[in-house]
Design a protein around this ligand. Structure first.
Ligand code: NAD
Length: 530
């Protein structure tokens, strides 16, 4: 297991059209060029944290700025690597991997000083003489494990929260996007503090070994099944964990919307990164009438997006691996294809495909699709759609296209999902101040902005009391010998009362001071001789 800093095979420039045949890189083989045993990596991070290196706010800000510099200066390397791994168009790389991360970074940089301040919650009568605070403590050394589909965003996004929280971090990119992993391992350490933030490359074997160590926090992005393995490994050390998982994210579409706009937004979400997006719309629920209109609109939109021959369009990503490609082609083979349905095993490009007459027990409905295939299930009402959704695992995202207030309310009040977006897909991930995460089988915990900071900090309760005589006098009732009167006093004093807040005391005091001053001014400056 290593921190790989071997020479990067510089990626070739993207062809504008046609295909790129990637060099297959064996990350496990790479990692044999062992530079540092993992124990050393881990101990370096542990020592850096215990020396307090990662804690000062200025250090955190400086590291966040360095991360931004990495994204700016290594733009070409990032775009080329993601192109090699996924044939992702440069604009998609900018939108999903660079700009989104930079936005979160800058937001965090602007707000960090405020977020990091201890919070003083409202005090009760019992604590009037005390200091009551919530401190945001870093956890320590955190492990960030990520998926391959957005290889930079999924690793650097959590890293922002980890740095902002004052932690040290060990990053393990996915071995399935090897070119991206190599760019991260080669370039990132040139920008960030080498003791506090380290990159480790490797596959399942490596991750299994790493997970034996006692981290202070684990942040995992990947499939629900592997999420369970990670959670079990973390439980051995009682390590707190955030799991950003996947699943099937449904779309409901009704007749009240502009069908062309709605279809454009659904198709965009489905075909972005060839559907290999955790919050990609997985399947569509609508009535038969809406289905007909959707199919007509979808043909127009797909032509608009990718032209006559989708296989030569530079705007569509490829499917990552042969086994993923074969899995998707098998879904298509066993279904009723009304749009697309073709694929090229050589380039692993699959034309955006729509399936109709899909039954709930069809293979395509048994697992997350993670490809450019959209099955349509017909339903007769929004309630039927809600029942269909609620019978399955809680989705990471739920999309509802409607202009009807009652339908919006129905979905808002009767479904549970990581996020619910009305009249769009994907865009909640770019919305500042919204937490990003799942619920149930789609994950636990959330991040982005303040939520990332909160995820990577322990909220430590701090009570500061006085040992003075007056303070001690107020405490007499809690000490033995116990008595009925002491007990009654305590019950009365600690009883929670609605509406009693002492926050007005400060305002009242300032008001009183102002009144006294005004009165004094009036009294001494008055010319009245009477
Ligand atoms: P994955 O679960 O196969 O792999 C994720 C990470 O886990 C990788 O780093 C991999 O090395 C490691 N891993 C894989 N198998 C392991 C094992 N047996 N033991 C220990 N570690 C192991 O996921 P993936 O294929 O990389 O990504 C696709 C999945 O991730 C989809 O389900 C998708 O929905 C989900 N995803 C979720 C989000 C989110 O933010 N919620 C984002 C992207 C992807």
């Amino acid at each position: 297991m290593t921190r790989v800093e071997s020479e990067l095979i510089l990626p070739a420039k993207q062809p504008l059209n046609g295909y790129y045949n990637p060099v297959v890189v064996d990350i496990e083989e790479d990692t044999k060029q062992n530079e540092k045993p993992f124990e050393e990596v881990f101990n370096t991070a542990k020592t850096a944290f215990s020396c307090g290196k990662s804690k000062p706010i200025n250090f955190r800000k400086q590291q966040l700025k360095a991360l931004e510099k990495f994204l700016e200066e290594c733009e070409d390397e990032i775009c080329d690597a993601v192109y090699k791994d996924l044939r992702k168009h440069r604009q998609e790389v900018f939108m999903g991997e660079i700009d989104l991360v930079k936005h979160d970074l800058r937001h965090t940089l602007f707000e960090l000083s405020e977020w990091a301040k201890p919070v003083a919650p409202e005090r009760s009568l019992l604590n009037l003489l005390d200091g009551v605070y919530i401190y945001h403590d870093p956890y320590g050394v955190v492990l960030i494990l990520s998926a391959w589909n957005y290889p930079f965003m999924l690793l650097l996004g959590p890293l922002i929260g980890a740095i902002a929280g004052g932690n040290c971090a060990i990053l393990k990119p996915s071995e399935l996007a090897p070119e991206s992993a190599k760019v991260i391992a080669k370039f990132l350490p040139r920008y960030l503090d080498k003791d506090c933030y380290q990159v480790v490359l490797g596959g399942i074997e490596t991750t299994t070994e790493i997970l034996k160590y006692k981290f202070d926090y684990i942040f995992f992005t990947g499939s629900t099944n592997v999420g369970k393995i990670i959670h079990q490994a973390a439980a051995k050390h009682l390590t707190p964990t955030t799991l950003e998982l996947g699943g099937k994210s449904p779309v409901y579409l009704d007749e009240s919307v502009d069908i062309l706009t709605a279809t454009r937004r659904i198709i965009w979400g489905k075909t972005m990164n060839a559907g290999q997006t955790c919050i990609s719309p997985d399947y569509l629920l609508c009535s038969k009438e809406v289905e007909d209109k959707f199919l007509t609109a979808a043909r127009t939109i797909l032509d608009e997006f990718y032209g006559d021959d989708v296989k030569v369009s530079p705007h569509l990503s490829k499917i990552l691996l042969d086994r993923h490609y074969n899995r998707l082609i098998n879904f298509i083979k066993s279904s009723n294809v009304v749009i697309g349905g073709t694929g090229d095993p050589r380039t692993r490009i699959i034309a955006p495909t729509v399936l109709t007459d899909v039954k709930p027990d069809d293979p395509v409905m048994q697992e997350e699709i993670f490809g450019p295939i959209l099955p349509i299930i017909t339903v007769n009402s929004p309630l039927e759609a809600i029942n269909f959704i609620n019978k399955r695992d809680k989705p990471l995202a739920l999309y509802v296209f409607t202009n009807r207030k009652d339908v919006k309310e129905l979905f808002l009040n009767n479904t549970s999902s990581g996020a619910l977006t009305i009249n769009d897909t994907i865009m909640h991930i770019c919305t500042e101040n919204l937490p990003f995460g799942g619920v149930g089988c789609s994950g636990m915990g959330a991040y982005h902005g303040k939520f990332g900071f909160d995820t990577f900090t322990h909220k430590k309760s701090v009570l500061m009391r006085s040992l003075g005589k007056v303070a001690e006098l107020t405490q007499f009732a809690r000490y033995p010998p116990y008595s009925k009167s002491k007990s009654e006093f305590l019950s009365t004093a600690t009883k929670k009362r609605r509406g009693i807040s002492f926050s007005w005391l400060k305002t009242a005091f300032i008001f009183g001071l102002g009144m006294t001053f005004a009165y004094g001014l009036h009294y001494f400056c008055s010319d009245d001789d009477d």
